[in-house]
Ligand binder design. Sequence first.
Ligand code: MG
Length: 277
Amino acid sequence: MKNILFILFAGCSLFVQGQTKKEYPQPTPMTHEMTEFWTPQPRIVVPGKTLSEEILVLPPSDAIILFDGTGLSNWEGAPNKTVLVKGKDMSKFKSSEGGEAKWIIKDGTLVVNKESGDIQTKLTFGDFQLHIEWLIPEGILGDSQLRGNSGIFLQGVYELQVLDSYGNETYANGMAGSVYKQTPPLVNAMRKPGEWNSYDVIYTAPTFREDGSYRTRPIVTVIQNGILVQNNTTILGTTPYIGFPQVILHGKGPIRLQAHGDKSEPISFRNIWIREL
Ligand code: MG
């Protein structure tokens, strides 16, 4: 009798097992703090003095001028989110999705319009050399990431951080000159608010296998104010606020400038030019 009961019990439990879905442990949802590290803070290197307030590096003869102070004809509103669809070439995302660029031109500089969102170049690029100058306004208020935050998205995908890092500590992999949430700058090369900063960026686009994984990863070198801050740095993937870098298949992409939602006074850009490599 005992044996019969046991067989019935075992049979029932097998039946129940067959009906219930197996449950696996779920990882804790990520928060933004999980990918922020504050130490070591890159040491401060004071950039060399500029001789004047004028443009820092004039464009060479073969440069494509993206912004020279006269207009925004080379720019368009960027889609609300970084639109990244597997298998789609970034150049397919046309202005119709983001409308016209609505940032403000003031005294020959390009001032971020936070309400209108990011803007991006109409042209798309693979490998390039980019020059861009940016200014944190004097008297800017706010702390950490909420002070002069903007960004330059390489191929519309990978953020080179723009921030006021002058006397303003934040997580090292989120300060000016960082590949956002990945690689801190080698040193803190900030000029103080009211003085123009420059980035010279040398970028090698990734290549992909057919399955969408990287064959070769994107690589970036950045010189800020004449000082090396990224040296042939391998970019691991996308640069999200929350979560790990993701690998997303893309083709050529625009230069995208960030309208960050912080409440600090908007920053300005000028003298933006690019050389395709
Ligand atoms: Mg940013």
